[in-house]
Design a protein around this ligand. Sequence first.
Ligand code: PLP
Length: 495
Amino acid sequence: MDLLYRSTRDSHVQVSASQAILQGLSVDGGLFVPTEIPALHVSVEELAEMTYQETAYAVMSRFLTDFTEEELKSCIQNAYDSKFDIEEIAPLVKADGAYFLELFHGPTIAFKDMALSILPHLLTTAAKKNHVKNEIVILTATSGDTGKAALAGFADVPGTRIIVFYPKNGVSPIQEKQMVTQKGKNTLVVGIHGNFDDAQTGVKSIFGDKALKTEMEASGFQFSSANSINIGRLVPQIVYYVYAYAKLYANGEIEKDEKINVVVPTGNFGNILAAFYAKQMGLPIHKLICASNDNKVLYDFFKTGRYDRNREFILTSSPSMDILISSNLERLIYQIAGCDAEMDKKLMKDLTLEGVYEIPSSMKEQLSDFYGNYAAEKETADTIRALYESSGYVIDTHTAVAADVYKKYQAETGDMAKTVIASTASPFKFTRSVMNAIDEKYDAMGDFELVDELSSLGQVQVPEAINEIRNAKVLHDMVIDKSGMKAVVKDFLGM
Ligand SMILES: *Cc1c(COP(=O)(O)O)cnc(C)c1O
């Protein structure tokens, strides 16, 4: 029997995995969730012997049941290949008593590559399976990393076009340079005056525009999403938690069935939700530790049961987590509401209209798998410096938020269980913030000078992704008001 996917906002909607991937978002504005979380059907002893690609098949085949073995294996082989600069794909590094799961060895040196290197293959396979004739238009809002990873994945993929909107002043200089130098005839990158939430809200409203949808259909186009609301991004992210657990076991770091904690620097709640799904599949995870920066909506939510986005949006040194509306939280809300679509819909309506919702205590009680905390800017910088000074290991700002929150968790609970920290970006992607954290004297240096300095200080080679953009030409220079997003889309499609 195929595993089906339901909308969080309408229980009558049921689609196959490939249809859920194609649609991205349900027509009612809800997110697709599997009707049940399948169990892992392989033992840790078997997993311990597997490569990343084999683990990916073991996990993903449980979720994407309408893909044939041949189709799924081909997607996996095309995604996790020499685009990654290390054969293990996601290595674990032990430092200061924790295990850093490095998810940044892909083409754009952030963890988004883990899912976005496979999404284009899943999507084009899904299109074929469902006899889609339209060209697929990927529309994406980015806080910096998704945009580049999606561009890299979809550039020049036949039958697709990709449009990326980013907040003009809300991404790091390297992130921006990576995006605006993107090649590929089917790509468009646009800066908007506004923050990430403005970009994401704009994209959601274009998705929900029924008249535009009809017009697109007539011109031979249909939208899909590369944002983490797409189930085709979430499922590949479950893989590396299973892989990390199996590697800890294989290396004798943990006993069979020993529970570990997972710390995830969180923005849109996609990565940590994948860890939650891994736990529900049966992976022995104790706490899911949700780390936020100064935009600590999630910390407040876990503490009080009240989600309140009505607050100042703070630009931090971890821009990929500068988010006040964590879209994927809706999938958790739906689940703890007992898969009650009406309840979910009401809460999400409150969020849209009032910017706030509050869950009843019966739902709040089900959040005990999670622990939330946050790191202020100074704490993030102090964590980078302290870890570098004690171990020589240099981490990026997002990972540092997680490492700081982990310290707080340990101090509060005394829990000494082995812990994996999701290391979501290479320090080379946020060189200036990282180097300033280590020593303020670096602030006087240029961006690429700093790159070389970081390379010698951390004794790591400059990643190819950085060398590539040193002298690359800017190919996208459009900056618009958020009210102009729809017009830009139509123009790019020649409509
Ligand atoms: C996207 C991103 C995050 C946040 O991940 P979510 O899945 O949105 O919670 C954290 N760190 C980095 C470097 C990212 O690019």
